[in-house]
Design a protein. Structure first.
Length: 276
């Protein structure tokens, strides 16, 4: 008989909604489940977007955001928090106020500052707040290269080691700078994990052709889930990278522009559409 006292670890995903299901909370739920955990969610904003770009960002009333987060934190033992699109300064302040009172829960933050199609999703006030108050709460920060440039505030310096040391100085416990958006990247993607007083760990992957929507959400949620199951940070990062690389390799297109990583491969395989 099913033992109700044993449940998968709970990961609280805080982020925005993408109606196309490629990125945001839906991506988080799928990646968290595929990596052995249960996703609880709190919506920061709704968006209007298709597979090409985001046209509107509609923040959720901040008191409703707080109530969503507190409902889960007050009820469940949350093993990790994953934060994606914050979307507004009041949302950032609300998230920070609450998480300060839960300092034992590891926080993994994917700083979504712009949509894949180019729309800005964060203004300078929000970026300043993230730098000063959310980054110091992070067990792991996962910017891509353009996000690292903006968050490090390094006046255009693009050297990975310099950007990472600035982000660690801001208070992040560790930083994974992902290489998928590196404009100088060739056929290889190099991800760099920085932890204080250690040489960076480089992880090399074959660059896959095409544009994908939700790959950052997929990666960061997978890492948060693996941390929630008790994996040490470097192993959680490496396993999260392997999971998200194969999700992208099996990605599919539902619309005209960016493809969606296949986060549920083993579940969907064998269904009639798969030719099985
Ligand atoms: N979350 C939402 C709701 C978004 O709209 C976006 C990008 O548009 C993202 C997250 C980040 O997507 P990606 O993982 O492709 O960086």
């Amino acid at each position: 008989m099913y033992d109700k006292s044993h449940h998968p670890p709970v990961v609280l995903a805080i982020g925005g909604h993408d109606p196309g299901g490629g990125a945001g909370i839906q991506a988080d739920i799928e990646a968290i489940a595929a990596n052995g955990c249960h996703a609880a969610t709190a919506l920061t904003c709704l968006t209007i977007q298709d597979s090409c770009n985001v046209s509107q960002l509609l923040p959720i009333d901040v008191s409703i955001l707080k109530d969503q987060i507190n409902a889960t934190l007050g009820d469940c033992r949350v093993a990790a928090v994953k934060i994606g699109l914050v979307g507004s300064l009041p949302a950032a302040q609300a998230i920070i106020d609450i998480l300060r009172h839960h300092s034992t829960i590891p926080v993994v933050f994917d700083p979504v500052l712009a949509a894949g199609g180019g729309s800005e999703l964060a203004d300078q006030d929000l970026i300043d707040c993230l730098r000063q108050t959310l980054i110091p709460l992070c067990r792991l920060l996962t910017p891509n290269q353009p996000e690292a440039v903006r968050l490090a505030g390094s006046n255009g310096v693009r050297d990975y080691d310099i950007m990472a040391s600035r982000l660690l100085e801001l208070g992040a416990e560790s930083v994974l700078i992902t290489g998928s958006h590196d404009p100088d990247g060739g056929s290889e993607i190099i991800h760099r994990l920085y932890q204080p007083s250690r040489p960076p760990t480089l992880s090399r992957w074959q660059r896959l052709a095409g544009e994908y929507h939700g790959s950052g959400c997929t990666l960061t949620s997978a890492i948060a889930a693996r941390m929630a199951t008790g994996e040490a940070l470097p192993a959680a990062v490496e396993q999260g990278l392997a999971y998200s690389w194969s999700a992208v390799a099996q990605g599919f297109r539902t619309g005209r522009c960016q493809a969606i990583p296949e986060r549920l491969g083993p579940i969907r395989r064998g269904h009639p559409h798969d030719g099985g």
